[in-house]
Design a protein around this ligand. Structure first.
Ligand SMILES: [Ca+2]
Length: 181
C-alpha cells in the first residue's frame, strides 16, 4: 500500500508542477470606490490588500505546505469576488481544497462564502463537499455517509481570518463537529 501511495505521489507532482500556474496576485474593486485593490499572496500564506494610499496584511490567510500541490492561489469569481484557495493535492490521503469568497459587505471586506472538498485517493468511498453562503447563512454539505445540515457562521471580517486557527481537517466548519478524514 505504501509503495502504491508513493508511486501516486511521484506521478502526481510533475503533472502539478507543469500543468498548473498558481495565480498569486489579482485586482478587483470590491469596495466599489472606483479604484481597484491589489490582492497579493505571499509565499508564507499572508494576504496583502493594497490600494492607492493604504495597505493591510491578513497574516496566515492561507495554508501553505512544503510540497507541490500544497500552495494556495487567488482567483476572481464570475460575480467579481476574490477567491482564495488553500489545498492539499500533493501528499498523503488527506486531500482537501478550501476556497474562501472575499467580498465587501456591510462596510468591510468579509469572508462571504466558504467552499470545502475532501477525499481519500486510496478510498473512493470517503469524500465530502460543502458550500456555504456566510452572508445568508445558507449552505449545503454532503459526505459519503449522506447529506448534512451545516450551520454557517456569520461573515467574519477578512482581517480576522486565520487559517491556522481552523481545526484540522479544515472542513469541520461545514460538518457540524463531525470527525471527518
Ligand atoms: Ca477599491
Amino acid at each position: 500500500m505504501r509503495a502504491l501511495s508513493l508511486l501516486f505521489i511521484l506521478l502526481a507532482v510533475p503533472a502539478l508542477a507543469q500543468g498548473v500556474e498558481l495565480v498569486t496576485e489579482v485586482r478587483a474593486d470590491l469596495d466599489e470606490d472606483g479604484v481597484q485593490e491589489t490582492y497579493t499572496l505571499r509565499e508564507n500564506g499572508d494576504l496583502v490588500v493594497s490600494e492607492a494610499g493604504w495597505e493591510r496584511v491578513v497574516s496566515d490567510a492561507a495554508f501553505v505546505g512544503p510540497v507541490a500541490g500544497q500552495q494556495p492561489s487567488l482567483g476572481i469569481s464570475v460575480l467579481g469576488s476574490v477567491l482564495l484557495t488553500s489545498m492539499n493535492e500533493g501528499l498523503g490521503r488527506d486531500r482537501r481544497s478550501m476556497t474562501l469568497t472575499i467580498a465587501h459587505r456591510q462596510g468591510d471586506w468579509r469572508i462571504a462564502g466558504y467552499n470545502y472538498d475532501f477525499y481519500d485517493p486510496m478510498d473512493p468511498d470517503t469524500w465530502g463537499h460543502c458550500d456555504l453562503n456566510l452572508l445568508t447563512g445558507e449552505g449545503v454539505a454532503e459526505t459519503n455517509e449522506g447529506p448534512l445540515a451545516p450551520v454557517a457562521p456569520s461573515a467574519p471580517p477578512l482581517w480576522n481570518w486565520r487559517a491556522s486557527e481552523l481545526p484540522l481537517p479544515m472542513g469541520n466548519i461545514c460538518f457540524d463537529g463531525r470527525v471527518v478524514p
